[in-house]
Design a binder for this molecule. Structure first.
Ligand code: AMP
Ligand code: MG
Length: 293
């Protein structure tokens, strides 16, 4: 059995794809199409690309509705629903706060309290107006800013996995920056893919990915973070309700059917901490989450 391995630099990270179980030439073609879909999703969602739908929406904040690709409108309609279903922990309007804490394109820094007050006035899901039928988006106030960093990788992976499924790829493992993982089928030598989830200084915990739960998302404080004067690590996931980096957990992992949801829900679980695990499973049947302190 010959394996095909492909990689793509996208969304400020590395996507890697391993395919197996068929003609290597066909597998490679399917894999390349799947990674091209990741690149297309990035071109629509990146706030750093002037030509993306999300950049256009941000540039038009406070103005008229902006027409976007119907898939982007559907994704943002989902983000509005997710803000409510996560009790405000997952909020794609968090952009101004991410900026105030220096995480937009750097490793973060203690925020000026006055800047946090100004940013908080520009964050809130009520200010994101989505017309999914007409495929238009509007941010209600000038200075508002969408940031899809907490859902984009998972969403891109779901689109790529749909391409692999169209090509009847029987076995594959795809990840984006190791924090979003999705499998198809199972390895030749085992009944399920097993993925390790670890926090610095602790041994990895194994998570089994099955046909019913093929996706895993991880969100963590470490990585893009800085050490505060208090000695604690302040990371790039913000609690929108407090206007500050979450301290509720060091890492959160969610397993379920779709990568988009695993990505968004692992971010929400990191914001809420361990006490939200049961709520997560109750509101999202088939999804399960864990946290590390
Ligand atoms: P993730 O690693 O999936 O948890 O995504 C974290 C990224 O999403 C951050 O780097 C920010 O760009 C953005 N972000 C931070 N806090 C939130 C939040 N509470 N809700 C949605 N997006 C967030
Ligand atoms: Mg996420």
């Amino acid at each position: 059995m010959s394996e095909v391995a492909l990689a793509l630099e996208a969304m400020a990270t590395r996507f890697e794809l391993v395919l197996d179980g068929g003609d290597p030439v066909r597998l490679r073609a399917a894999g390349e199409e799947a990674l091209a879909e990741v690149a297309r999703a990035e071109a629509q969602l990146s706030r750093f690309r002037a030509t993306s739908d999300v950049a256009a929406v941000n540039a038009g904040a406070g103005g008229r509705p902006v027409r976007v690709d119907p898939r982007v409108a559907a994704l943002l309609a989902g983000c509005v629903a997710l803000a409510r279903l996560t009790d405000g922990a997952f909020d794609v309007t968090v952009g101004p706060l991410v900026r105030a804490w220096g995480f937009t394109d750097a490793g973060g820094a203690p925020a000026d309290p006055a800047a946090v007050v100004r940013a908080r006035a520009l964050v809130g899901i009520d200010g994101l107006e989505v017309d999914a039928t007409g495929s238009t988006i509007r941010l209600a106030r000038a200075g508002m800013e969408l940031d899809l960093g907490a859902i984009g990788k998972g969403y891109a992976i779901d689109r790529a996995v749909a391409v692999l499924a169209e090509h009847d790829v029987p076995r594959a493992l795809l990840h984006g920056g190791t924090s979003s993982v999705h499998c198809l089928g199972h390895p030749v030598t085992a009944g399920a893919w097993t993925v390790g989830w670890s926090v610095p200084g602790a041994p990895p915990e194994a998570r089994r990915l099955t046909a019913a739960r093929p996706a895993l998302g991880v969100s963590a404080v470490h990585g893009r973070s800085f050490r505060g004067a208090d000695g604690r690590r302040w990371g790039h996931v913000l609690d929108p309700r407090r206007g500050a980096p979450t301290q509720a957990a060091a890492s959160a992992c969610v397993v379920g059917a779709a990568s988009t949801l695993c990505d968004a829900l692992s971010t929400a679980l990191l914001v809420h901490g361990a006490s939200w695990r049961d709520t997560l499973s109750a509101r999202f049947p088939g999804y399960e989450g864990w946290t590390a302190a």
